[in-house]
Design a protein around this ligand. Structure first.
Ligand code: BG6
Length: 480
């Protein structure tokens, strides 16, 4: 038969990420016919498992439909499993033999691994498993990319000593979301936004991430990182760069990433008065999980001061943005699930209407749930009335693009790795700048252990966060 065109290797195939995200994603791409023909999959992990066992672990997350039984058989026929240690070269030589058995192929290695084995695995891949001749090798890595600027740079140097930057795909799955990818088109594909996208017209920008659940037994992992490293330094800051960057000369990955790095370089670390940290406590009136605070999670160390909520105002010190607050806000165990960007415009100059009647324009980009873009704007109250009221120009995807299936972020990103597109992946200098911005605050928290402000599970977070927004020229105009 045919040799392989591509072999996709999942390192850490027995783990949580593999079963919940990677195998399901590969299956969805496969069944939709999006993968190159003759792609094979090899799982690798320490446990002495069979492919049958890996399959049983992943199936609950794969959402296989009734009429897809045959297809799913076909998918698993393309899968094999190799067990081996992460620090034993001979085991990687065996892995390489398993890859070679499929024929001459391009190779993708997905590192679904804990940070402790990351260095030895990448070293062994480099020494034993690289593609030969005209075939390429690509390495996909996931956070955590270190814990601060130094540890991250150390990891980057290690990777740079083994692989070329074109071979490295650092995943930030927020870059795979529809509305995050849409930011470039919104800004640079519309005449109307360019001229007003600056400090003369924009009062403030709020980028929010809210989750209605707590650590859910993941407290041990979470406590080491906290919400700043888990969500803000990566997902929210990435969105900020796409909102704030200058127009790149083209849509090439390098051109885009150059502009993203420039914006990050213009952002100083936040000052103390622009930071609010919170930690959720149980809500005795709540139901089920809501009764449990962060410190009630048995996997969380006693007396931990790790923030589960943070609001931070950043400033981009360049000609376009000087003085405009970019407020990043994220938290677990809040009142709703939501990720969105709010760009609030300044007041109308020379307002002729009744005092307080005219509200600010606000452009909202809702990332999830239910993707939407809407512009809050004033309109005359319809009918005989002479009053004004706030209304919206509304592009809600669910109604405008009925029936269009939104791919999962991982589907897009893994397909991008096959295609060799690095647009939606984080470059090493970008990562380093992101850490530079947050490292002073993170070190302050690690060393001084300031007490986070308690907020109730299921609430909007600490009131101090809303006050920070108000101080930074964000006017409350409804639910946000
Ligand atoms: C992950 C964080 O990166 O993003 C999680 O580690 C968080 O803590 C998740 O829950 C949120 O992703 P999404 O796509 O569900 O918004």
């Amino acid at each position: 038969g045919h040799g392989a065109s591509h072999v996709f290797v999942i390192l850490g195939a027995s783990g949580d990420l593999a079963k919940k995200k990677i195998y399901p994603t590969l299956w969805w791409l496969f069944k939709d016919g999006l993968l190159p023909a003759h792609t094979y999959f090899i799982g690798y992990a320490r446990s002495n498992l069979t492919m049958e066992q890996i399959r049983e672990k992943s199936l609950p997350y794969m959402k296989v439909q009734k009429n897809e039984e045959e297809k799913v058989e076909e998918f698993f026929k393309l899968n094999t499993y190799v067990s081996g240690k992460y620090d034993v070269k001979d085991d990687f030589i065996r892995l390489n033999e398993a890859i070679e058995k499929k024929g001459k192929s391009n190779r993708l290695f997905y590192m679904a691994l804990p940070p402790s084995v990351f260095e030895s695995v990448t070293l062994n891949v480099k020494n034993c498993c690289m593609a030969q001749g005209d075939k390429w090798t690509r390495i996909v890595v996931e956070k955590p990319f270190g814990k601060d600027l130094d540890s991250s740079n150390q990891l980057s140097n290690h990777l740079a000593s083994l692989f070329k930057e074109e071979e490295l795909y650092r995943i930030d799955h927020y870059l795979g979301k529809e509305m995050v990818q849409n930011l470039m088109v919104l800004r640079f594909g519309n005449r109307i936004y360019g001229p007003i996208w600056n400090r003369d017209n924009i009062a403030s920008v709020v980028i929010s991430f809210k989750e209605p659940f707590g650590t859910q037994g993941r407290g041990g992992y979470f406590d080491e990182f906290g919400i700043l490293r888990d969500v803000m330094q990566n997902h929210l800051l990435q969105i900020l760069t796409l909102v704030a960057m200058e127009k790149p000369p083209s849509t090439d990955a390098e051109d885009i990433r150059n502009e993203k790095v420039k914006v990050l370089k213009s952002i100083p670390p936040p000052s103390q008065e622009n930071v609010v940290l919170g930690q959720y406590v149980g809500n005795p009136d709540g139901s089920g999980d809501e009764k449990e605070g962060y410190l009630d999670d048995p996997t969380v160390p006693k007396g931990s001061v790790t923030p589960t909520f943070a609001t931070v105002a950043l400033f981009v010190k360049n000609e376009r943005w000087d003085g405009v607050p970019f407020i990043l806000r994220c938290g677990k165990a809040l009142n709703e699930r939501k990720a969105e960007v709010r760009i609030q415009f300044k007041d109308v100059a020379g307002d002729i209407f009744r005092e307080g009647e005219v509200k600010r324009n606000e452009l909202v980009i809702r990332v999830q749930p239910s993707e939407a873009i809407y512009m809050k704007m004033m309109a005359k109250t319809p009918g005989m009335s002479i009053d004004c009221e706030e209304s919206e120009l509304d592009l809600t995807y669910g109604s405008r693009y009925r029936g269009v299936k939104m791919p999962d972020a991982y589907e897009r990103l893994i397909l991008d790795v096959f295609m060799g597109s690095q647009i939606h992946f984080v470059r090493s200098d970008e990562l380093s700048e992101a850490w530079r911005i947050f490292t002073p605050l993170l070190h302050h928290i690690d060393q001084e252990k300031p007490k986070p402000i308690p907020y109730k599970y299921g609430s909007r977070g600490p009131a101090e966060s809303d006050e920070l927004l108000q101080r930074n020229d964000f006017q409350y105009t409804g639910s946000y």
